[in-house]
Write a new protein. Sequence first.
Length: 302
Amino acid sequence: MWRRHAWVGTVCAAAAALCAQDVVFRTGVALVRVDAQVNGGGGGINGLNKEDFEVRDNNERQRVLYCSQDEQPLDLLLLFDTSGSMLPAMRRLAASAHTALSELRPGDRVAVANFNADAWLIGEFNDDPDAVERTVARVVDLRYGGGTHILAAIDSAGEYFHKHADPQRRHAILILTDDDGQSSASEKAVVKHMWADDILVCGLIIPTPMSQRGVAWREGEEDMLGVAAKTGGETVDADDPGHAFREMLRRIRRRYSIYYAMPAGKAGSSRKVEVSLSAQGRNRYPDAQVLARKGYTLPEKQ
């Protein structure tokens, strides 16, 4: 089982690595990067530019320096729920893995893990799609049963990112579960860990006959919805998990990356972020919804 230790991640990007539009960046400029997904009535909205976005950091409006929808290399961790109710759904997902993983691009890395009341790493980050597909296929051969400790599993996955992810890549955890969990960790603490390493949490929520999701909330229950929302992630009810699997990977890869200058503040402190469409963007897409993380952690001084 993975364990988390106290640490603070770096949020700034190497400015020299950016291809600016009308802004010249100097090496060493500390930037905040916020990945955003913009949805409209017909699906994702593409082709926006920096003038279409408005960013507030601790309620103060920031100048957006750069915005790109380039498909950045991805470090992705697939986190499979192997509690007792999930085996039929996992068989369907494994059967569709080849099609879903075709959304990956050369250089993307994928790790695979599973969880019930504990969490285990099945396959480390790997950029070989065939090897990843073989690892995913092994999920159906695991022992199914036990509880569903969703937040603890997400936190353990975050610890793996902290130790092994490339800071210059987009980071995402995709959890595949019925989202019917038992209390295992503090949502607030898990969210702070995700912010510190800039990790997006998305979920495919797969209905099962035994799932209690949607029934009146009971003490001691937990789900992924709060963590996903606060990291800017998307959760989808996946009656057709194979199709949803592929579509989710496609949307993760096509997010906007929005950059602005990092404000001064105490190292290790959390800051709130709000990303919305600007007046110009709202005029073009009045019904659009923006999904972006709600905060980040200021890095330790280097």
